[in-house]
Design a binder for this molecule. Sequence first.
Ligand SMILES: NC(=O)c1ccc[n+]([C@@H]2O[C@H](COP(=O)([O-])OP(=O)(O)OC[C@H]3O[C@@H](n4cnc5c(N)ncnc54)[C@H](OP(=O)(O)O)[C@@H]3O)[C@@H](O)[C@H]2O)c1
Length: 309
Amino acid sequence: MRALLVDRSAPAGLRLGQTPDPEPAPHQALIRVAATSFNHGEIRHVLENAPDGAVLGWDAAGIVEQAAADGSGPAVGTPVTTLGPDGAWAELRAVDTGLIGTAPAGTDPGAISTIPVAGATALRALHRIGPLLGKRVLVTGATGGTGRYAVQLARLGGAHVIACTGNPEAYGDGLRALGAHEVVAEPGVLGAPVDGVVDLVGGRQLVDAYQVLAERGTLVAVGHAAGESEHFPFGALFGDQGRHDRSIATFFLLGCTGLAPDLAWLSARVFAGELDPQISWRGSWGKAAEAAEALLGRRLHGKAVLELD
Ligand SMILES: NC(=O)c1ccc[n+]([C@@H]2O[C@H](COP(=O)([O-])OP(=O)(O)OC[C@H]3O[C@@H](n4cnc5c(N)ncnc54)[C@H](OP(=O)(O)O)[C@@H]3O)[C@@H](O)[C@H]2O)c1
């Protein structure tokens, strides 16, 4: 089969080449991939450390080519979106049936290829905060692939949504159109505390967001896009003066269980037009290097979708 292979000598470390077909385990289905989407973590961190010839990739959407031998998961011919630790950037993917979300017939595979990491992370991080109706929720890194899903889902859940971006002038209108009630350049400018934070940036933004967290609030430390350390000033973790019982929860999507129904639910929302996948780059997987470089250069705000043509 054809696949995007790690190749240090190629632009962005990726080239299209041939590799053996995957052999599914009994609990895995074989998927014929139509589209995949890039994520910050796999391009910035995983690709850098992977050996030449490896097939990486977390998100892939397509059609079930061969159902799982153990009888679990969807039938042959079902449109699906899938999540896994690797193997998405290839024509065929063997994937655990617990990480396959079925999609309505006629769904655009490019649109639902954005869901597994970005959509499911946003959904699970918001679940960690708790019921959202009437709560104030801050999303940092809101212009990114995960952030844009988090803004939309928090709004769907009934929260007052505050989106944080390094460039409110450029991205404010777009974030408001997605459902943000407020757009800010940094958490420190907020006039009132928030009940929950989905933090996708880390570093100083995490520390500042924690400072505006209300009593019993939860900050979910999902992402570390800034690549900075977190330094809390003395007193930041005191529990008095309305700061009792605030939490910071770490997050790891592949450590979550029961994701298949979430992937299916998110796919149905995208199909119905209730969630916008916010695709900001879409093209042939032959142009993978262009998408990877735009993502690393912070020029790609939203999702990059690669079509397997
Ligand atoms: N723990 C998990 O399981 C999990 C799952 C999904 C994602 N993540 C992590 O969550 C983070 C966001 O993921 P994503 O896919 O949404 O990434 P993305 O599309 O690249 O978005 C990241 C956003 O962070 C903001 N940002 C602030 N400082 C930055 C910097 N120094 N470099 C780059 N971006 C910066 C940018 O917004 P502005 O330019 O508007 O400020 C950018 O839009 C990443 O760290 C990713 O690895 C973790």
